[in-house]
Design a protein around this ligand. Structure first.
Ligand SMILES: Cc1cc2nc3c(=O)[nH]c(=O)nc-3n(C[C@H](O)[C@H](O)[C@H](O)COP(=O)(O)OP(=O)(O)OC[C@H]3O[C@@H](n4cnc5c(N)ncnc54)[C@H](O)[C@@H]3O)c2cc1C
Length: 485
């Protein structure tokens, strides 16, 4: 009899996992995707939606026809409750609630042999008063938010064109938010757009960040090779900000936002405010709030999830002082310790500890970035989870040969800083490994030959090319599986 694998989520990690699972398992086994949105979105290109250079339709496509063609069963629904021990008369299953307009609010219970939780982040705007597109600040975390940000930015441009000064604040909207890369990229793109229109002089752009030094990016900064020299990401990032005319405020934890001002605390404990006409602040991330029950119906959510809702996997979560954490504490199979048939891929897995050094203000506010959750590791993790599940099903025994620790894998990040075939720019950065390994690389923490940073037009072309390449791959077009994650 065939096996049934359920993948929760159709983002970078979940979509990669489900497409590969179906390809590897064929018709004999079932692959089921549960995801609340009808569309796939290529999130990195939301930056360009947020400056009006791409339309939302260019970064999304409908999932249903792709899954139908691949033979994957698709439920447009949100997972609500896991029953990993099964319920009376049934094996392991998950309760889902439909978001599909035709069945909205209906519920169903789906049984599984293996389950992949790839539900990504809950964008936790609610953690900070006044934060988010429903309140006073913008976001580029979804294509819909990015389109709203562009509408607001157009108003700012109109004011600048009339000769009115405008204050623009871009950065992190929570003392422990991550995703600095995306915020930084958006700040550069906004600066570029204003410069192209000859409006830079009237605009004051500020990068407001919880990083101890700019260029930390939640990975404790890095030393990168650039033009044959080794430099820190602090210098690299500061020089780019300066070149784009962007000021910066670092070590800042946003406390609340009002209609036109942001209150934040700095690491020295002082409270400040900064006024704005336009603000784009990245929220903190949490898990999406899936619950778990045992066979008797008792709540076992804390056994599967950390209090922030992210799923526990094969990491060492024992609390330890920052200097005692090791690369080996990071997970490599992303399987939950309690249930051998549940995995978490992408942002849904709980990292064991921060990579950036933690800091606390005299008022007890923790102000530092949590680990970065970028697309490349999310895709790679989705892939190895799919490979291990497919191997286990095909061999009829547990197989965990494929591994991908963030302490062993590198990641590439291209921060675009302008759009256009000849005017576009990008800072291309690769780090290897993502989590520094000071034992293996005592001088720089990383393999300096493979940790590089270069600004230039070529990076922009590459980022543009990646948009089309990853959209092509995600649609399951001819040869899709040959394109790397
Ligand atoms: C503006 C921006 C720009 C970025 N740029 C880059 C970049 O240039 N390079 C890079 O490497 N990374 C970038 N990232 C990060 C990258 O987008 C993430 O690493 C990646 O999307 C994470 O993949 P994921 O599958 O874990 O989560 P997601 O892609 O967020 O997918 C989560 C999926 O789960 C679904 N879901 C949610 N709740 C439920 C539920 N209850 N049940 C079932 N499904 C659910 C969602 O609908 C979605 O389909 C950027 C992020 C942002 C916000």
């Amino acid at each position: 009899m065939g096996s049934r694998v359920i993948v929760l989520g159709a983002g970078v990690a979940g979509h990669t996992a489900s497409m590969l699972l179906k390809k590897m398992l064929g018709r004999k086994h079932e692959v089921v995707v549960v995801s609340p949105a009808a569309n796939y979105q290529w999130i990195p290109s939301n930056i360009w939606v947020g400056v009006g250079r791409m339309k939302p339709e260019q970064v999304i496509f409908s999932l249903e026809p792709v899954y139908r063609r691949q033979g994957i069963e698709f439920h447009q629904a949100a997972a609500r409750i896991l029953h990993p021990e099964g319920t009376e008369g049934s094996g392991p299953c998950v309760d889902i609630e439909y978001t599909d307009p035709a069945r909205r609010g209906e519920t169903a219970r789906l049984g599984y042999d293996y389950l992949v939780n790839a539900t990504g982040p809950k964008l936790n705007f609610g953690a900070i008063e006044g934060l988010g597109p429903d309140k006073f600040t913008q976001s580029v975390c979804t294509y819909h938010h990015a389109a709203m940000a562009w509408e607001k930015l157009k108003e700012v441009i109109a004011q600048l064109e009339k000769g009115n000064r405008q204050r623009i604040v871009i950065g992190t909207g929570h003392p422990m938010a991550t995703c600095q890369g995306a915020g930084f990229e958006y700040a550069l793109n906004v600066a570029f757009e204003l410069r192209q229109r000859g409006l830079s002089d009237l605009a004051q752009i500020t990068w407001l960040t919880n990083e101890y030094e700019v260029g930390d990016f939640g990975m404790g900064g890095a030393f990168v090779k650039k033009g044959g020299y080794v430099t820190s990401t602090k210098i690299f990032t500061e020089s780019i900000l300066a070149e784009y005319g962007i000021g910066w405020i670092k070590r800042a934890g946003v406390r609340k936002v009002e209609k036109d001002s942001i209150e934040y605390e700095t690491l020295d404990g002082a409270i400040h405010t900064i006024g704005f006409d336009f603000a784009m602040l990245i929220p903190s991330f949490a898990g999406v709030g899936i619950q778990a029950r045992d066979a008797s119906g008792a709540d076992i959510t804390p056994e599967l999830f950390l209090p922030n809702g992210l799923m526990k996997v094969d990491a060492d979560y024992t609390p330890k002082p920052y200097d005692q954490w090791k690369v080996e504490d990071w997970p490599s199979t992303y399987r939950t310790p309690r249930f051998g048939n549940i995995f978490a891929a992408g942002i849904a897995f709980a990292p064991p500890h921060p990579i950036s050094r933690p800091f606390e203000s005299p008022n007890g506010t923790k102000i530092f970035p949590t680990p970065p959750r970028t697309g490349m590791p999310s895709g790679v993790i989705g892939k190895i989870v799919a490979q291990n599940i497919a191997d286990s099903i095909r061999k009829g025994r547990e197989s965990l040969e494929h591994r991908a620790s963030m302490g062993r894998m590198g990641a590439a990040c291209i921060v675009s800083s302008g759009f256009g075939l000849f005017h576009g720019m990008a800072a291309t950065m690769t780090v290897n490994p993502i989590v520094p390994d000071w034992e293996k690389y005592p001088q720089w923490g990383r393999d300096i030959e493979n940790t590089v940073g270069e600004p230039g037009l070529a990076g922009h072309w590459l980022k543009h090319f990646m948009h089309y390449m990853f959209m092509y791959k995600a649609k399951g077009n001819f040869g899709w599986s040959l394109i790397p994650e």
